[in-house]
Design a binder for this molecule. Structure first.
Ligand SMILES: C[S@@+](CC[C@H](N)C(=O)[O-])C[C@H]1O[C@@H](n2cnc3c(N)ncnc32)[C@H](O)[C@@H]1O
Length: 347
């Protein structure tokens, strides 16, 4: 029996997800009244609720046209990457379905493939690994658990010897761009690529577009998923109300949908020896989702030296896939490079 036949898997757990750190993050979330999104994917129950929600509401599961924009993006990335060996780094990989479709195409094109599924949830990382094993040899698969929001050494721990293709699908909405994008940018070296997808506000009127997608969040499945975090800490439904609203993120020129629980009566939460008193009238922010437009994606990425060289937008205009590379130092600051880029014919 070799090590590869053992009923065990080596998973790297980054210090950002060590129990003591997770406990401190939880306390910080309660103290600041702003929940780190990772706490919505913590338990098996939450993961199941999220998967049910994803199955029911996600355009990639239910809209063939939305699936098609990913396929086009994957094909373009495969055509663009000339290297023989490609290491796909799936950040926030979830169940790994999208990364596996990409890996299949890379393999079909004759590339030797390597895969690092990375997520805050061990269950997701193991699921993504299992999904990918239909194409990736076990010895080329390196699962990693980490909190992308609090990790500062991503480029040290994710060094690859081969060309990297970083994927960041359905993630940007739940992060402050100024926190996550420098980390993402540090992983994309010259000759590496980033495939990135974003939830968009449809139409020409940004504010109206964000308003239009609000019902995709304010629905029973999402409410049930988000409330699990509070209920598991001892909050009760009749302690208050979960409300959704649209807020401005002035730093980044973005609008975001925010879910907050407004307490209408006092509630004490205890975590180990820490006590948190929520008074009537107080709010805890449970979740936010920034909506972008293709222009806003390009602009925000450009601030971190990343350039969109091709993009595919769903007919609904509610989701976009972007192929991104490190901006060449010779290119002028702020130029989108429609003609200049080697892979820009869809812009
Ligand atoms: C919206 S899902 C996207 C999953 C997948 N990329 C897809 O497109 O289907 C968000 C994923 O991000 C993970 N996640 C949430 N917060 C995270 C964090 N701070 N660091 C790393 N992963 C995180 C969740 O566990 C979940 O798998």
């Amino acid at each position: 029996m070799t090590v590869h036949d053992l009923p065990a898997v080596n998973v790297v757990i980054h210090a950002s997800q060590f129990p003591e750190k997770v406990r401190r993050d939880l306390i910080e979330s309660l103290r600041q009244r702003r929940v780190n999104h990772k706490f919505h994917y913590d338990s098996v129950k939450q993961t199941q609720k999220w998967l049910a929600l994803h199955q029911a509401c996600s355009p990639t599961r239910n809209d063939a046209d939305c699936r098609a924009i990913y396929e086009k993006g994957f094909k373009a990335a495969v055509a663009q990457i000339k290297a023989k060996r490609v290491h796909v780094i799936g950040l926030g990989c979830g169940g790994g379905q999208k990364d596996t479709r990409l890996l299949k195409l890379l393999k079909k094109a004759g590339r030797k493939i390597f895969y690092t599924p990375g997520d805050v949830s061990t269950a997701m990382v193991l699921t993504a690994r299992q999904t990918a094993l239909v194409v990736v040899p076990q010895k080329n698969c390196f699962p990693m658990v980490c909190d992308l929001a609090t990790t500062d050494d991503l480029s040290d721990i994710l060094v690859t010897r081969h060309t990297s293709l970083v994927t960041f699908f359905g993630m940007i909405a739940n992060f402050e761009p100024q926190i996550i994008l420098p980390k993402l940018a540090s992983l994309v070296r010259p000759k590496d690529f980033l495939l990135f997808s974003a939830n968009l506000a449809p139409g020409n009127d940004y504010a109206a577009g964000v308003k239009k997608v609000l019902p995709q969040y304010d629905n029973p499945l999402t409410r049930d998923w988000l409330m699990t975090f509070l209920l598991d800490l001892g909050v009760e439904h009749n302690d208050g109300k979960l409300r959704f609203k649209i807020e401005d993120d002035r730093t980044n020129g973005l609008k975001r949908i925010v879910a907050g629980f407004h307490f209408t009566q006092a509630r004490r939460i205890e975590v180990d020896d820490e006590t948190f008193d929520f008074h009537a009238g107080e709010t805890i922010r449970l979740f936010f989702s920034c909506r972008y437009t293709p222009e806003r994606v390009r602009k925000v990425l450009a601030r971190y030296g990343l350039e969109v060289c091709d993009q595919w937008i769903a007919r609904s205009e509610e989701e976009g896939v972007f192929l991104v590379e490190r901006r060449s130092p010779t290119r002028r600051e702020g130029s989108v490079g429609v003609q200049a880029s080697a892979c820009s014919d869809n812009l």
